[in-house]
Design a binder for this molecule. Structure first.
Ligand SMILES: *Cc1c(COP(=O)(O)O)cnc(C)c1O
Length: 401
């Protein structure tokens, strides 16, 4: 089918909940994607941080096809090897004690929310179920995770939202204490806020927050749905912050393109969710788990070091363009936010870049967000940078004219 045919069919039969770009993607290789007409796009978006090992990696394909030929699904009423091995791998690489597998980021966050509330209920009884989250955070699109999300634009239409979330206005200990009460059981944070604008939290604040949580017996819950699985140059971002959260959620990049999520818990939280308290039909699906094991193998320590190096390379190259349209480049590893000067529309710039053959994302109100596949080559980074350089300079010249 041509792009026009796909678009017409989609518009007729798919609910119009997405503002799509006028591009259809047919296939990919490495960090390069192709539309149905064969036109190439350099990928600085990886399907919103999902395609962590790029497209058509032979090790990933082998793992998925082999497992598909053996067993696609059997439910959590039975044991399967890929699920058990993946949990072991994630725990040994992080020092966490045990895993629960889910299917999406929002669902994974629902899991850590339930964990925190039950931890508190078991110890203190009712009335201590409130969870603090930060302004500009993003935690998902379910009725509960929308309530957790600290952005007012998400608190519309779908009333009533789940109770028991309070938003901290700024990432400082004073602001946390300003909304803390005896009803609090946990704090849920992204260490680098993704959707909200690629805002890294201050390391001192994060360590102080960990201490405050320990003092008040609050669980420290870290949402690593976007920052996890190598994105920032360590398997999880919390490892670079030098903290030990009680629970950490993941999803996007875990299975390299297949839908999977979940969370890891610390030793002191492993007994909280006992048999019958939490479940999901597809969780730990053998094909997704086999794919995730391949991702873990590809993203070994050397690959994570390469993510840090390529992140520094990309950041410095963008700073080096010296565009008057750009005010700052921030982030860690291959999770970068290009902050634009006032009056430059991030949506329009992203559309121009995509039209010019570079897939990218936006975040917050003024940020171009870059999340390339973690296995992207320097040559592909350079091709993407050349497009970025050209489009920025075209816009500058149009503004002068
Ligand atoms: C994308 C994202 C989510 C939601 O994940 P879904 O898979 O879309 O449900 C939650 N938290 C963060 C930090 C995210 O980036």
């Amino acid at each position: 089918m041509t792009y026009e045919e796909i678009r017409a069919l989609d518009e007729q039969y798919v609910l119009p909940t997405y503002g799509r770009f006028p591009v259809a993607i047919d296939h990919g290789k490495g960090a390069t994607l192709y539309d149905p007409a064969g036109r190439a796009y350099i990928d600085f978006a990886s399907g919103i941080g999902v395609n962590s090992v790029g497209y058509a990696d032979p090790r990933w394909i082998a793992a998925v096809t082999e497992q598909a030929g053996k067993l696609a699904h059997v439910s959590n009423l039975f044991y399967t090897e890929p699920c058990a091995r993946l949990a072991e791998k994630l725990c040994t690489r992080t020092g966490m004690a045990a895993a629960f597998f889910a299917n999406s980021g929002a669902e994974s966050n629902e899991g850590v929310i339930k964990l925190a509330r039950k931890y508190s209920f078991d110890k203190y009884g009712e009335g201590r179920g409130t969870i603090l989250t930060l302004r500009h955070s993003f935690h998902g699109r379910t009725v509960t995770t929308l309530a957790a999300t600290g952005q007012d634009v998400f608190h519309n239409y779908f009333f009533p939202f789940t109770e028991g979330f309070r938003h901290v206005e700024a990432p400082t200990l004073d602001e946390v204490q300003a909304v803390a009460g005896h009803d609090v059981c946990a704090v849920l944070v992204e260490l680098i806020q993704g959707e909200g604008g690629v805002h890294p939290l201050d390391e001192v604040f994060v360590r102080e927050l960990e201490q405050l949580c320990a003092k008040r017996d609050w669980l420290l819950l870290v949402d690593e749905v976007q920052t996890g699985i190598g994105r920032t140059g360590s398997l999880f971002a919390f490892q670079q912050y030098g903290i030990r959260p009680h629970a950490v959620s993941f999803a996007k990049g875990i299975a390299g393109g297949l839908p999977m999520g979940g969370f890891l818990v610390r030793e002191d939280c492993r007994e909280v969710l006992g048999a019958g308290t939490h479940a999901t039909t597809f969780g730990g699906n053998p094909i997704c788990a086999a794919a995730a094991l391949a991702v873990e193998e590809i993203l070994d320590d050397a690959a994570l070091e390469a993510v840090r190096e390529k992140g520094t390379y990309l950041k410095q190259a963008i700073e080096g363009i010296g565009s008057p349209l750009v005010s700052e480049v921030r982030g860690r590893g291959l999770m970068l936010g290009v902050v634009l000067k006032e009056g430059v529309s991030h949506k329009k710039l992203a559309a121009r870049l995509i039209g010019s053959g570079l897939l990218c994302l936006t975040a917050g109100s003024d940020v171009l967000r870059l999340l390339p596949p973690l296995t992207i080559t320097i040559e592909e980074l350079d091709s993407g940078l050349a497009i970025l350089r050209r489009v920025l300079s075209d816009i500058e010249q149009e503004e002068e004219a």
